[in-house]
Design a protein around this ligand. Structure first.
Ligand SMILES: Nc1ncnc2c1ncn2[C@@H]1O[C@H](COP(=O)(O)OP(=O)(O)OP(=O)(O)O)[C@@H](O)[C@H]1O
Length: 374
């Protein structure tokens, strides 16, 4: 029976309380949801996952599965399925024996063991190799075995820690689609850890973006990408070009003005912005269009990526947040009719309806709830 997971004010300390890794974190994960913890290395994703699993103690706060507090329940009684980066399957057992293992441990009747094993091997598509030893399987196939072994026991929750990071790029993409489909098929609450933002966007119902043991934002992939809560999320998920700017009121209209005087009208800024307020304007590489006037950019590098050309550009130093910052824009080859070489100069104009504006310290978004995106 799949459950909701409630994490309430949870604290993690190491070194007899001297180091605090998670200072008090709360998050609610819905029943049946594919929920991803995403953040840079060392931010505490694995620590949080291990606390949910019961492998790591909880110093303060509470973790509940539905209504049941599980803080003191040992890992083996939490009925959890886990999949790790290093597949953790038994090398001396065949695929079928690996999958059966957890069921036999639970002393299920033989007929049930057989039925459930066959069923799951079908779901994750490993039945053709069921008599093989793991060493005779590819990485992707081994990871399917690990997944089958984790879900065959019908756990309350499925926890996955960077399960794809040992696979090559193409297989990662295939496997993430497979994992997503299988998770929806069996409908089990899943917490997935990754530091790969593209993977998180592709696979998740919702994502929690973490930094230094705190959650910066929780939202569905589209919200996280299009409406990041602060500049950390904005630059961690995809690329953002940050410019210094200032808010100007012109009658009923609110504008953000770049340092070179170029301005764009914003119709969805929060009410508490003030005339003359310093802000940070975040423009995604794909949010620029080439124009006759706007921000003057010089091409410093161009990379052909098949469907797109990615350009690195420099703007006037005082316009960007820091002088060494790499700025980027992309040109969709399907629509572009002119291409640029090194040192070429051009004007880039941000498409204003999607631009995010943040407070000067980058901590808060100044755009308020825009619900519809094109
Ligand atoms: N047993 C431990 N004792 C002391 N510090 C620890 C211990 N385990 C983890 N840490 C520290 O806790 C922090 C969070 O680690 P954690 O493994 O949760 O990060 P992560 O976000 O999963 O990173 P990665 O993506 O690199 O796996 C790190 O700074 C790590 O050094």
């Amino acid at each position: 029976m799949s459950v909701a997971i409630h994490v309430h004010n949870v604290v993690k300390k190491y070194d007899s309380g001297k180091i605090t890794i998670i200072p008090g974190l709360s998050v609610d994960i819905k029943n049946g949801e594919f929920f991803t913890l995403l953040g840079p290395s060392g931010c505490g994703k694995t620590t949080l996952l291990r606390m949910i699993a019961g492998f790591s103690s909880v110093e303060d706060g509470e973790i509940r599965f539905d209504d049941q507090v599980i803080n003191e329940i040992p890992a083996y009684k939490r009925n959890i399925g886990m999949v790790f980066q290093n597949y953790a399957i038994f090398p001396h057992l065949t695929v079928k024996q690996n999958v059966e293992y957890g069921l036999k441990l639970r002393k299920l009747p033989k007929a049930d063991v057989h039925k459930r094993t066959e069923e799951i091997m079908g779901v994750v598509q490993i039945d053709p190799y069921k008599e093989r030893l793991p060493e005779k399987l590819s990485g992707g196939q081994q990871q399917r075995v690990a997944l089958a072994r984790a879900i065959v026991i019908r756990p309350n929750v499925l926890l996955m820690d960077e399960p794809l990071s040992n696979l090559d790029a193409k297989l990662r993409v295939d496997m993430r689609t497979a994992i997503r489909d299988i998770q929806k098929d069996v409908g089990i609450t899943t917490v997935y850890v990754t530091h790969d933002q593209e993977e998180a966007l592709a696979i998740s119902d919702r994502i929690a973006v973490m930094k230094e043991g705190t959650i910066q934002q929780v939202g569905n992939p589209r919200e996280i990408y299009t409406r990041p809560a602060n500049t950390f999320v904005s630059s961690f998920i995809g690329h953002s070009n940050f410019f210094k700017g200032i808010i100007r009121f012109k009658g009923n209209e609110k504008r953000v003005v770049f340092q070179n005087g170029y301005s764009i009208s914003m119709n969805n800024l929060v009410d508490d912005v003030t005339d003359g307020q310093n802000v940070i304007i975040a423009v995604r590489p794909e949010q620029f269009s080439i124009a006759d006037t706007g921000l003057k950019a010089t091409i410093s590098k161009s990379t052909f990526l098949g469907q797109y050309i990615n350009y690195e550009v420099t703007f006037q130093e005082e316009m960007t947040m820091d002088a060494g910052m790499s700025c980027e824009f992309v040109q969709d080859l399907g629509h572009a009719n002119q291409f640029y070489d090194l040192h070429n100069q051009l004007y880039l104009a941000p498409k204003s309806e999607k631009i995010n504006v943040f407070t000067e310290d980058g901590e808060r978004s100044l755009i308020k709830g825009v619900k519809k995106y094109d």
